[in-house]
Design a protein around this ligand. Sequence first.
Ligand code: PGA
Length: 250
Amino acid sequence: MRKLLIGGNWKMTKGLKETSEFVSRIKDKKISTEGVDVFISPPFTSIAEAIVGFKGTGISVGAQNLFWEDEGAYTGEISAVFLKELGVEWVIIGHSERRTYFGETNAGVKKKVEKALQKQLKVVICVGETEEEREDGRAKEIVEKQIEEGLLGIEYDADTLAVAYEPVWAIGTGKTPHPEDAEEMHSIIRQKLGDKGEEIRIMYGGSVKVHNIKDFITQEDIDGALIGGAALDADGFVEMINIAKEIRCC
Ligand code: PGA
């Protein structure tokens, strides 16, 4: 049985002060993550604070991006080597906001995934169609192409990589696909992943909240959630971890 994976993507929110407040709240709640894998990806500048803070809570720390070179004249970029040195465990690659605002392509995503895995970081690779692509009936084609061009051909162990299916039109909008439609796309992705497909975790992302997470993660091919806005609130985040634990645990 695939272990559920719950990830928080804080995007460009929570500097040091807010990160330490979140950590204190988590510690007050004395949470247990037994049976579920949990990570939070803060902005780069809050990562060190989060790593120290979450120690002993069962929550690992992720990054939201990296660059594919180890070091050099790449102003403003952060390498996998630096993240590993800090103690980062996960990295989100190819998020739709990076594709939209920073011009990331499938080819660039692939280089980043390769580098992250080479440096023993665990990867969440994000895929998903825009509203227009869905309306044109091209959702499946787009997602398959993202997998094909961004991932296929790379060697990895199934427990070091997860896919997040995040329909772009569902991110931060409060709109979500019907859980059964999300399930259908997850099953398409699983087939596309080939031999390892059955072992790889495929998370759903896009307006996941306390009130709807259960509808998604009870679907057969949905193995967790990548949560943006709703992961900013410690109480809600803990509630979602607890819901996951009840569904597929130990
Ligand atoms: P959201 O973001 O939960 O705020 O929709 C999800 C994501 O971007 O990963």
